[in-house]
Ligand binder design. Structure first.
Ligand SMILES: Cc1ncc(COP(=O)(O)O)c(C=O)c1O
Length: 364
């Protein structure tokens, strides 16, 4: 099939750009002492996870147990769940998976650690647990230093668990636009992680892993010298939001190319300067801003309703006919992927494959 023949809305994945992005990250990280563990919540696809691992990633991250399950079923053997897992049902699910693959998990609460230990003993396994440390994001995580030491001591003395390190992920820093401010935020977070590791070691607890970092900051986590692993996700696809981050030389973040698009059709031309697309909120996530029309700077996607996208044509000369198909660059790639069952994989204008978004809807 040629691109123009694809029915819409569809999630397009440019395989050449995807491949370049995966290689580029692997080249940058694997030439350092830091390990690469990409976040699979971006793509939700074991095929892409295998590609990342084949090029040097040690394993992947997952956000949820159900997401980890899809990855394990797809043959992935080493997964870090970058979240706290709470509740008997989820813990039993986690323990069952941990019989089949290495599944590490984060914790920030003593009762949760106790529950993890109980389920591990029930299942006759040992679960690797990382202490999540709040290094500035104010989401999950215990404070750096003493609070982290207290939880790590509990984990290390639980016979069903072993202490696998700390997670020091700083989410809001990923999207700080200015280079120096982004770098300063991460180097500050890294200091908190360093202080915590030193305190652990001084108390006889070896910290084998310090993990964190995303597409916006992974270079700074590497530069800090304290992180042993980075977990970028969005770099595989990119989106408009990441396209706004500025590099040291003042250019926008250009390490990675735009691989992901939503393909849409013009379904109405109800006014001279207006075109309506068949791709609204059910086809593209607008939480971080409207999508951009690819290759048409004079056409603006101004509003999404549930089923429709409103375009304004700023150039009266612009021809955009009913039935015409256009590409949109999503504002936010991660939740956009979760709206589709399939990637329509294209290479140089033709469809090469269909890949399932296998963990679509795996939010438990
Ligand atoms: C814990 C954690 N690690 C890594 C990432 C990947 O970040 P990004 O997709 O910005 O590269 C995320 C994204 O939200 C995350 O929550």
């Amino acid at each position: 099939m040629r691109l123009e023949e694809i029915d819409t809305p569809a999630l397009l994945l440019d395989l050449d750009v995807l491949d370049r992005n995966v290689r580029r990250m692997a080249e940058v990280v694997t030439t350092t002492a830091v390990l690469l563990r990409p976040h699979a919540k971006t793509h939700k696809c074991p095929l892409i996870a295998h590609h990342q691992i084949a090029l040097g990633a040690v394993g992947v991250c997952a956000a949820k147990v159900s997401e980890a399950e899809i990855l394990v079923n797809g043959g992935i053997k080493d997964i870090l769940i970058t979240n706290e897992i709470v509740g008997a049902t989820k813990l039993a699910h986690l323990a069952a998976l941990a019989r089949e693959a290495r599944i590490a998990v984060c914790a920030d609460d003593p009762e949760n650690v106790q529950a993890l230990n109980d389920v591990a003993l029930d299942f006759g396994i040992r679960i690797p647990v990382l202490v999540e440390v709040n290094v500035g994001g104010d989401r999950c995580g215990v404070g750096p230093g003493e609070p982290a030491l207290t939880l790590a001591t509990q984990i290390a003395s639980s016979t069903g668990l072993y202490f696998a390190g700390i997670q020091a992920y700083y989410g809001p820093a990923q999207h700080i636009r200015e280079f120096e401010r982004r770098r300063t935020a991460i180097l500050g977070a890294a200091e908190k992680a360093r202080r915590t590791v030193e305190l652990l070691e001084a108390n006889g607890i070896h910290c084998p892993c310090v993990t964190g970092g995303g597409t916006g900051t992974y270079r700074f986590e590497i530069e800090s010298g304290i992180f042993t692993e980075v977990q970028p996700g969005s770099y595989v696809f990119m989106d408009l939001d990441y396209g706004k981050n500025v590099q040291e030389d003042g250019s926008v973040l250009e390490d990675f190319g735009q691989a992901l698009f939503v393909y849409a059709t013009v379904m109405s031309r109800s006014a001279r300067d207006r075109a309506i697309l068949d791709a609204g909120e059910k086809a593209v996530c607008v939480t971080l801003g409207m999508p951009q029309v690819y290759g048409m700077p004079d056409v603006e996607y101004v509003r999404a309703s549930v089923e429709h996208g409103n375009l304004i044509l700023h150039d009266p000369e612009r021809v955009l006919s009913i039935g015409e198909k256009i590409r949109l660059i999503p504002g936010y790639c991660d939740p956009t992927v979760n709206l589709f069952d399939w990637y329509v994989c294209i290479r140089r204008g033709s469809v090469e494959a269909l890949w399932p978004v296998a963990a679509r809807g795996a939010v438990r």
